[in-house]
Design a protein around this ligand. Structure first.
Ligand code: PMV
Length: 337
């Protein structure tokens, strides 16, 4: 029995940084994102008598490598396999192959696409199809894999993760589907290498920042306005919200103990360019930055060509990745092996 899932990454407009519960991976705040058509993970899972679980990953531009239990994320992947097997009646091991079409661990949300593709494929291969088809259940199962951003890849388009009090009331909810609004995310790749400090480690530091509780309070109004801006398809309202939340999250990172500083020269150059393009040329593009130096530039599709052309001229930009909103995680028939 072999099952393959494909999942998009997603870019958060309202970011998740810091958890209320580290065992159940419950975020402190609701977070909102858009799926990304250009950044995907494909994962094939097969059951067999292999003597142990085997996970092999092909990162962007690299050869296949075996994953061992070395980092928190790798531990979480193997734990997720065991957890889902324990829920099923099938005791067979799995062989897993997974491929990303974009740089991993570089602030482009690779854990979102990989954890959601893995969980979806595992649930189906182990015969827990009802948990795959019920999207609320699927989102809860994905969360237990250790990446809350992955929860948002369950649905297409614009998605909110509701941060509840426990397992039952913490799940993903769709705000609008992938056809609702022609919004675009152009990723300016400045540094495709693995970041020095992973988000899994970073979440544990968030509440060491003296400003963390302030962020949680001040962002509540932003979450509400973000939902409204998406439903109104209003880039003039949404853009500043996205930038505000990026700055707010990075302030927490920069003021945690020890501090985390992800920005590079190129990051700041793009931020400054965007301010200038908006002011002088009426080009409405806005930045969003995750746990890495790479910059996601959000604009409407009508402006994408011009924004991409300008980004490519920037001396720090190695290449760009074009993304539209797309469908969430799904099962496909084309296997990797
Ligand atoms: O889901 P994680 O553990 O990979 O954390 C994601 C953290 C950010 O990408 C920085 C923010 C977000 O909400 O996607």
């Amino acid at each position: 029995m072999k099952v393959t899932a494909v999942s998009p990454a997603n870019i958060a407009f309202i970011k998740y940084w810091g958890r209320a519960d580290n065992k159940l991976f419950i975020p402190r705040n609701n977070n909102i994102s858009m799926t990304m058509s250009g950044c995907k993970t494909v994962t094939t899972v097969e059951l067999g008598d292999y003597g142990r679980d085997l996970i092999e990953v092909k990162f962007f531009g690299k050869d296949y490598e075996k994953l061992e239990r070395k980092t928190i994320k790798q531990e979480n992947l193997y734990d997720q396999v065991e957890r889902i097997r324990d829920m099923s009646k099938d005791k067979r091991y799995v062989r897993i192959k997974s491929e990303n079409n974009f740089p991993a661990d570089a602030g482009i949300a690779s854990s979102a696409s990989s954890f959601s593709a893995l969980t979806a494929a595992l649930l189906v291969v182990y015969g827990l199809k009802e948990k795959f088809f019920d999207k609320k259940e699927l989102s809860k199962e994905i969360r237990l894999c250790g990446s809350s951003s992955a929860v948002r890849s369950v649905y297409g388009g614009f998605v909110e993760m509701i941060a509840g009090k426990g397992h039952e009331d913490t799940f993903a909810k769709q705000i609008a589907d992938e056809k609702y609004w022609d919004l675009v995310d152009i990723v300016a790749v400045l540094d495709p290498e693995k970041k020095l400090f992973s988000s899994s480690d970073g979440h544990l530091l968030a509440d060491t920042s003296p400003y963390f509780e302030t962020r949680i309070v001040e962002m509540q109004d932003r979450i509400k306005r973000c939902r409204e801006a998406i439903l109104e398809k209003n880039i003039h309202k949404l853009g500043p919200i996205i930038e505000e939340d990026t700055i707010s999250m990075h302030m927490i990172m920069m003021t945690s103990r020890p501090p985390l500083f992800y920005w590079s020269h190129g990051t700041v150059r793009i931020i400054q360019d965007l301010y200038k393009w908006r002011k002088e040329d009426n080009l409405n593009a806005y930045f969003s930055i995750d746990a890495g130096s790479n910059v996601h530039v959000i604009c409407e599709k009508k402006d994408a060509k011009e924004v991409r052309k300008r980004l490519k001229k920037n001396e720090f930009v190695k290449w760009t990745i074009y993304n539209e909103p797309c469908q969430g995680v799904k099962i496909i028939n084309k296997h990797l092996f």
